[in-house]
Write a protein that binds this ligand. Structure first.
Ligand SMILES: NC(=O)c1ccc[n+]([C@@H]2O[C@H](COP(=O)([O-])OP(=O)(O)OC[C@H]3O[C@@H](n4cnc5c(N)ncnc54)[C@H](OP(=O)(O)O)[C@@H]3O)[C@@H](O)[C@H]2O)c1
Length: 296
């Protein structure tokens, strides 16, 4: 297949590397020419464009069998989200209109579920986020789904990505900057990068256009239990607690839910390489130790 990875960064380069290994012809789209060496090294053919600038897309041939949009806003606010996710996808739909791919994947986020009661959420659960950024992601999903079936979009609602050199709470813990929020009962949902790649490939092959799939591992975990596991594994002290005002957390858009991956597993028969954070972080900790980057 001829595959285009739009926003070919952390996830995209690994995805591209795997697709090349599987024999596909892979193109990676970025804004920065500096990325060309990294992409070429992975066997990915670099394309330079900015999805917020339709004129830059117009210069590229739009004939791809599969397109995966992994563009990220880089921690911006709602205005940045609107440009990158909403307008970016709108521009991609327009650019690909004359020659739609066989499948288009958009990596949305589990942040679109605003639930705050620790409940299990499936793709059928209400998606009514409080955070302005998550509202934009939801609007983007609706834009893509409204373009289906002419435009064969599949939405992946991705949990917190971790893996080599990634993982927010893990990095905070290593820097002694992690803090237990209140009683630490808030649930974290995660997925290892390599599983996200496996899920994306499974969706490219068998995912149904116009559908939404949650991409999270088997084991949502409370913040407290995650930090306890890390402290024991690395033989380091537990972080301090800070008070967590529920109203402040709500305004920050912090949610508390258990994201179900049952649909992904039932429909796509996906088998996780790292079914829970223990397996994934054990691998990452072993990698860091081998590299001499951990003293524990
Ligand atoms: N991190 C998480 O925990 C998480 C959770 C849920 C969902 N997601 C989603 O997962 C996807 C993959 O994330 P990631 O960690 O791989 O992100 P990443 O490493 O930041 O890569 C995104 C790439 O997008 C490119 N990009 C940014 N703006 C662009 C534009 N206007 N036009 C073209 N390319 C652009 C950037 O390269 P240049 O700067 O060179 O253009 C960057 O390399 C993203 O869609 C993200 O929203 C992430």
């Amino acid at each position: 297949m001829r595959v285009l990875i739009v926003g070919c960064g952390y996830v995209g380069v690994s995805l591209g590397t795997e697709l090349v290994r599987l024999g596909h012809e892979v193109f990676g789209l970025r804004r920065s020419a500096a990325a060309e060496t990294e992409l070429k090294h992975a066997g990915i053919q670099p394309l330079l464009a900015d999805i917020t600038q339709p004129s830059t897309l117009a210069k590229l041939p739009p004939d791809f069998d599969w397109v995966v949009n992994c563009t990220a806003s880089g921690n911006g606010g709602a205005a940045d989200y609107r440009k990158i996710y909403l307008e970016g996808n709108r521009n991609l739909i327009a650019w690909l209109a004359d020659c739609p791919p066989g499948k288009f994947i958009y990596t949305s986020s589990t942040s679109v579920y605003g639930q705050n009661d620790g409940s299990v959420v499936t793709e059928k659960s209400p998606a009514e986020p409080e955070a302005d950024t998550a509202k934009v992601l939801l609007e983007t999903e609706k834009l893509l789904l409204a373009a289906s079936p002419d435009f064969p979009a599949v939405i992946l609602r991705v949990a917190g990505i971790y893996g080599p050199a990634r993982g927010h709470w893990f990095k905070q813990f290593l820097k002694n900057e992690a803090r237990i929020e209140g009683d630490g009962a808030r649930i974290l949902n995660m997925i290892h990068r390599d599983d996200l790649i496996g899920v994306i490939i499974a969706v490219l092959k068998n995912g149904r256009p116009g559908k939404i799939y949650n991409a999270a591992d088997d084991a949502p975990v409370s913040q407290l239990n995650f930090l306890k596991w890390l402290a024991a594994k690395l033989k380091r002290p537990m972080p301090a607690s800070v008070s967590a005002d529920a109203e402040v957390l709500r305004r920050r858009g912090v949610t508390n839910k258990r994201v179900s991956n049952a649909k992904l597993k039932a429909e796509l028969k996906y088998e996780f390489l790292f079914p829970d954070f223990r397996a994934g972080y054990a691998a990452e900790i072993a990698r860091l130790k081998t590299a001499g980057a951990l003293d524990a």
